[in-house]
Design a protein around this ligand. Structure first.
Ligand code: HEC
Length: 429
């Protein structure tokens, strides 16, 4: 007769062969899909870089990957393009993680685990050619912090092509998001404030423009940072253009963290070796004119741009505020055929993800990009600050925006202000 204890041992020995272990199957998944945020100095509160630090979170990890809340990724794969920076888990990865937790989260044979792919704190793209540093922004412990601006003269003597730009964030606990724009000489965009000093312009001051000023003569988005950000170069044949004598203007959105914090985040710029074939610009496919009625649980807003020149769509980033519910972007080709870009069925204001297309989508002249947004202004939206108020466009989180930021590449010889057939004045980000 075999005693039960031996049976048990035999049973678990047979079983062990098919059970995923931390050192076997699970660690490589964490390294590829989680450590970008779950390592020291990044935005997630705990590090998943070894067994001891991960084991206590096993149950929470199982729940998060089954519910799909982690990794944060909001594009519906069935109705979106394929993305280069897709961090969602495959079915097989979800199965491996859940089977591991269900089996008691064993380590397997312990080993020294390879360090996270990109240790934080440095430039992920290497040493930049030019660096601009925020001059020690003092973020108070509590209270609302207005959008804060600072301008840096680039002192570039000639038009300069850049193949990449990267944000190196100093204090992730207080930086909600930051955008760096280029401002060519003569631009009306927040002109007249002294360089290298913080300023807080009113919305009216920020909207000042000159009649007939081209959108890209005024300003152009260089690079933005948002939670989950990863620097991605535009590529060997593509780049952004910084005109001689331009300034870099930073718009920073800080959040108080409970502790006074000094932030000195930096922007690094990488010069192209030679002028690229294609220029990249960021467009805003937006509707400025909506009014969401009080209590409306499913208000829809439409926006579109039509192209006068052929472009390739490089990336998309849905942007709404707290009443944002869902967003969809698609390209409509001149023959009427629609190509999906992205479908975000459950929008989350906390995650301003930029989605980079694996295969840039070509849109010929005469084609367009459409952007549909849905808002929930009902009391059932738990983020809704006030369901009794009609809501229109504005900067603050309690106001709304409807923007599909869209990066497009086009023949570098074409004037950026000539690529759009309509809405030239409002389309630059
Ligand atoms: C883009 C950044 C990012 C990535 C990638 C990411 N996380 Fe997170 N994770 C966070 C942040 C920030 C928090 C804390 C705030 C929150 O809960 O949203 C968090 C919280 C968690 C929590 C605790 C909260 C909960 O949901 O119970 C778990 C568990 C978790 N993550 C698991 C994972 C796993 C497993 C992966 C990879 C498969 C992963 N995360 C990838 C940013 C990320």
């Amino acid at each position: 007769m075999i005693r039960p204890a031996i049976l048990l041992a035999l049973g678990s020995a047979c079983f062990a062969a098919s059970v995923p272990t931390f050192s076997g199957e699970v660690y490589p998944i964490l390294r590829a899909k989680c450590q970008g945020c779950h390592q020291k100095g990044e935005i997630a509160p705990m590090a998943f870089i070894d067994y001891a630090g991960t084991r206590p979170w096993a149950k929470a990890i199982r729940e998060a990957v089954l519910k799909g809340t982690m990794p944060p990724w909001h594009a519906d794969p069935k109705a979106s393009a394929h993305f280069h920076n897709d961090r969602s888990l495959t079915q097989a990865e979800v199965r491996a993680i859940t089977a591991w937790v269900d089996a008691g989260a064993p380590e397997g044979s312990p080993k020294s685990y390879p360090a996270p792919e990109k240790a934080s704190g440095g430039w992920t793209l290497g040493k930049p050619d030019l660096v601009f540093k925020i001059p020690n922004m003092k973020v108070p412990a509590s209270g609302d912090i207005p959008y804060t601006f600072v301008a840096f003269p680039t002192e570039l003597k000639q038009d300069t092509w850049v193949y990449a730009a990267e944000w190196k964030i100093d204090q992730r606990s207080v930086v909600h998001h930051v955008n760096a724009f280029t401002r060519p000489p003569g631009s009306s965009y927040v002109a007249g404030y002294p360089a290298l000093q913080f300023f807080v312009p009113t919305l009216t001051q920020r909207r000042v423009g000159r009649p007939n000023e081209g959108a890209f003569e005024r300003r152009e988005l260089l690079v933005g940072y948002e939670p989950g950000y990863r620097a991605i170069p535009w590529g060997p044949t593509q780049g952004k253009l910084i005109k001689a004598g331009s300034d870099i203007v930073v718009e920073a959105h800080y959040n108080a963290s409970g502790k006074e914090t000094i932030d000195a985040s930096e922007i690094g710029i990488y010069f192209a070796k030679e002028p690229p074939k294609e220029r990249v610009v960021t467009l805003s496919v937006q509707n400025l004119g909506f009014v969401i009625p009080p209590g409306d649980a499913n208000y829809k807003s439409d926006a579109s741009v039509t192209f006068d020149a052929p472009v390739k769509v490089v990336s998309v980033q849905p942007h709404m505020h707290l009443r944002g519910k869902a967003m969809r972007l698609r390209a409509v080709l001149p023959d009427g055929k629609a190509e999906p870009l992205i479908d975000v069925p459950r929008y989350d204001f906390n995650w301003q993800t930029t989605y980079f297309l694996k295969q840039p989508l070509t849109v010929p002249a005469g084609g367009k990009i459409e952007c549909f947004a849905w808002f929930d202004n009902s009391p059932n939206n738990k983020f809704n600050p006030d369901p009794k108020r009609p809501v229109s466009w504005g900067d603050q989180s309690y106001e709304e925006m409807h923007i599909g930021f869209t990066e497009v590449a086009f023949d570098a010889k074409i004037d950026a202000d000539k690529i759009l057939a309509v809405e030239k004045k409002v389309a630059a980000r």
